[in-house]
Design a protein around this ligand. Structure first.
Ligand SMILES: [Zn+2]
Length: 95
């Protein structure tokens, strides 16, 4: 099952409103969701520039230039992916 399908299935179960089924699904899906989030965060972890300022950039977005800004600069850390996750989790604790 692909991630989008997995998420759709979670939303479908939640939408049914059956508390027992929602609780059962959460017991199974919550650990999977944490593992998936951890995997994304491990991919998008901070690397330090080799400069005296000690600037950070995203290892994945910086290496592959997937999140280049319109000026063609490597994004500072946190990259847009980590910014979105931090915003949803409520706190930015990045370096
Ligand atoms: Zn990134």
């Amino acid at each position: 099952m692909k991630a989008d399908e997995w998420l759709d299935e979670r939303e479908r179960i939640k939408g049914m409103g059956d508390r027992a089924e929602i609780s059962r699904d959460r017991g199974i899906s919550y650990p999977k969701a944490l593992s998936a989030l951890r995997a994304v965060m491990e991919l998008h972890r901070a690397e330090e520039y080799e400069d005296p300022a000690g600037t950070y950039f995203c290892r994945i977005c910086g290496d592959w230039n997937m999140c280049e800004d319109p000026m063609g600069e490597q994004p500072d850390y946190p990259c847009p992916t980590v910014q979105a996750i931090d915003a949803l989790l409520g706190e930015d604790t990045r370096p």
